[in-house]
Design a protein around this ligand. Structure first.
Ligand code: ADP
Ligand code: MG
Length: 700
């Protein structure tokens, strides 16, 4: 085995997982901890001391001198505050890590966004260990830190993070599914949500990045004329991965494997310099944490290769942006409920789940849309490359036909005429990814899972996944309630059902489908007609972040989150305020950055070109050479009017920045971009102060 292939055997070496637990803890404690992890229960305080002791030894064997509670504050990134194991006892240095240090931390949280939940005088928040996401080692060039994934709350118990609502939403879904599956005669089991998050990103040479204040400060290029070659030929997609990039990817994957993150697939994406990393799916909470580590690792490893990894949704205008496809499914007792199954009984469960999901997405399309809203994603959703801003479901022609027949069928006579009877008819084999059309849908069924394609590349998965779990918990709960009311369950042997049960189920699903099938759309989501058609169907279309976030202010949505114990009204409102403020701040940073680049870099360059051209014209004129003077005169005029337009644009943007209307800032930035990009074509390339698209987008 070579050094390289050995990397696979290092999988999980930096995670306090099964093997480390067995090695560093006593048999009894190991057993208790493993049960905690499996069942997602809080840690038994009586073993906390020994677990902490074991984890410290394990971490120190890997070079760690510090530990941190690692959490997901509302900023959208991860947070860590390191403490060393070092303590001085009776004048002697010793290394210590107590059970209390493991279980709770009390970071001064006054600078984290709380959306009004916590005032500064009661600024302390606390972090609580989430044993279902194992501790891991974060290495840097001369040391290592033990990271303990935690939830982050205010002293009132209200959540200040993105993990807590996700965990609560999983509990809600578990509760609803237990209620439903009992009616299907299934034994009580554990609900497992799964997530596979495909991560798209761009790479850029660090030298170019450094010369682009817009990339440094905002993550996207605010200016830049299109490159003659962009993605027209679509020759980048799945193309040969350049060696420089491949060696970067290898390093990324090796680090991820060590952290127990199953990076599986890597390829070139559609835009030049755009790539994708897809892990094998895992349990949802773990996968969500892992995706945060994936993003961190991509950024860190890029530095070592003289690269920068851009996770912004739209770093470059005119070429595709980056998304993060959330592949999600639900298992009960280890069996995937979104797998259509092979017999009428399994089919019945599958169809119930499918209808519950259709109902949930139709009822709460506004919340799903809100969960992916952000300044960056606004450039992506609705543009002709990413899923539209209208939330719809793709199920494919075959399943659409099944749903149609399901809606028609049910009665005694329904065997004929293409109708379908639950519990009697078997589903046809549903092909995985039968067509490519699902790629234009924001929410597509892909064989045994749904792929939510609207989330942006930089988003934390837990937001959209929290919404998805909650809305499905509600519709599953509703369907279970109706089935209970029909009093038809439990008459047959477990696993078998009476015709009465299946008839009642069919009636419930039929009426749900009638009401909600408008959200099913199997056509091309990029077509211009679709938003019109969607409007006719009454589907909401929130084109930007402020209009999308309005969903979080609706009474019925607050009631939904409260009913399922996912968020209180105050927690939801705080999120609305945090997201809206973040949006506004980002737009303002972009606006100020655009103004600075325009006035400090572009204006002087255009002025120099103007002076030089003017001089050339003057000299030609003086010595009486007439050839060339027409071109020079026209050029001077063009540059001069460009300068005028630029100055007017700067003044307009300045005034927008002084006001309170974010849309006005965006509009001024757009119009200034048109001016600047046109000027880029008129100024000599050697003088242009910003690296060009054609340089930045090609890495070879
Ligand atoms: P693509 O969508 O590009 O065709 P795949 O079909 O291979 O790619 O799957 C994409 C992602 O979906 C992978 O991360 C994969 O692990 C994940 N996935 C597959 N099955 C499930 C499942 N049951 N639950 C959640 N994610 C899944
Ligand atoms: Mg995919």
């Amino acid at each position: 085995m070579t050094e390289e292939t050995k990397a696979a055997t290092d999988f999980g070496a930096d995670v306090f997982g099964e093997e480390a637990i067995r090695t560093y803890l006593s048999k009894d404690t190991a057993k208790k901890l493993q049960a905690t992890i499996r069942e997602g229960k809080p840690l038994d305080p009586s073993i906390a001391g020994e677990v902490a002791h074991g984890i410290r030894h394990w971490a120190m064997d890997r070079g760690a001198t510090h530990y941190t509670h690692w959490f997901l504050p509302m900023t959208g990134s991860t947070a860590e505050k390191h403490d060393s194991f070092l303590e001085i006892k009776d004048g002697e240095p010793i290394m210590l890590f107590s059970g209390k240090n493991l279980i709770v931390g009390e970071p001064d949280a006054s600078s984290f966004p709380s959306g009004g939940i916590r005032s500064t005088f009661e600024a302390r928040g606390y972090t609580a260990w989430d044993p279902t996401s194992p501790a891991f080692i974060k290495r840097h060039s001369n040391g290592a830190t033990l990271c303990i994934p935690t939830a982050f709350c205010a002293y009132t118990g209200e959540s200040l993070d993105k993990k807590t609502p996700l965990l609560r939403s999983m509990q809600a879904l578990d509760k609803s599914l237990k209620r439903l599956m009992k009616l299907f005669g299934r034994e009580d089991a554990h609900t497992g949500c799964t997530l596979g998050a495909e991560q798209e990103y761009f790479l850029i040479d660090k030298e170019y990045w450094k010369k682009r204040p817009d990339l440094v400060l905002t993550g996207r290029t605010l200016f830049g004329a299109p490159s003659a070659k962009g993605q027209q030929l679509e020759d980048h997609y799945f193309g040969t991965i350049p060696d420089r990039v491949l060696s970067f990817m290898n390093d990324v994957e090796r680090e991820l494997w060590k952290l127990g993150i199953p990076a599986k697939t890597r390829h070139n994406e559609v835009a030049p310099a755009q790539f994708e990393l897809a892990p094998q799916f895992e349990e949802l909470n773990l996968a969500s944490d892992h995706n945060m580590i994936v993003m961190d690792t991509l950024r860190n490893v890029a530095e070592k290769h003289g690269l920068k990894c851009l996770l912004h949704e739209k770093p470059y205008a005119g070429v595709n942006g980056s998304g993060k496809h959330n592949n999600w499914s639900v298992a009960y007792g280890g069996k995937n409920l979104l797998d259509p199954g092979t017999n009428p009984s399994e089919n019945a469960v599958f169809l119930t789940m499918l209808c519950a999901i259709i109902e949930a997405v139709d009822k709460h399309a506004d919340l799903l849309r809100a969960s992916v809203a952000g300044a960056g994603n606004d450039h992506r959703l609705g543009a002709n490359e990413a899923p539209p801003a209208v939330i719809s479901i793709y199920v494919g022609d075959q399943l659409a036909d099944v749903l149609d027949r399901l809606e028609k069928g049910g009665g005694a006579k329904s065997k004929s005429g293409g109708a379908m009877k639950i519990g009697v008819d078997t589903l046809p084999v549903i092909p995985k990814d039968a067509t490519d059309r699902n790629r234009t849908s924001p929410f597509a069924f892909t064989g045994n899972k749904f792929e939510f394609r609207a989330p942006g590349s930089s988003v934390c998965c837990s937001g959209p996944m929290t919404v998805l779990n909650t809305i499905v918990a509600e519709s599953v709960d509703r369907i279970a309630g109706e089935l209970e009311a029909a009093k038809v369950a439990g008459k047959a042997k477990p696993g078998e059902h009476t015709a009465a049960f299946h008839n009642a189920l069919q009636k419930i699903l039929q009426s749900s489908l009638k009401e909600h099938k408008r959200v099913v759309f199997n056509g091309n989501g990029y077509e211009a007609e679709w938003p019109e058609e969607a409007a006719k169907r009454g589907l909401p279309n929130a084109p930007d972040t402020p209009s999308a976030l309005a969903a979080l202010t609706k009474k019925e949505n607050a009631a939904l989150f409260e009913k399922y114990g996912v968020m209180t009204k105050r927690e939801l409102t705080s999120r609305y305020e945090i997201f809206l403020e973040e949006y506004s701040k980002k737009i303002r940073i972009e606006g100020a950055c655009a103004r600075d680049i325009a006035s400090e870099m572009v204006f002087p360059a255009v002025k120099a070109e103007y002076i030089e051209t003017m001089k050339a014209f003057n000299i030609a004129d003086k010595v009486g050479v007439s050839s060339g003077t027409t071109a020079l005169r026209e050029s001077v005029v063009e540059l001069g009017s460009g300068l005028d337009a630029l100055r007017a644009g700067i003044i307009e943007l300045e005034s927008a920045l002084g006001g309170s209307d974010d849309a006005a800032i965006l509009a001024s930035m757009r119009s200034m971009r048109t001016t600047v990009d046109a000027l880029e074509k008129r100024v000599s390339a050697t003088r242009w102060p910003l690296p060009k698209y054609r340089d930045m987008l090609f890495l070879y």
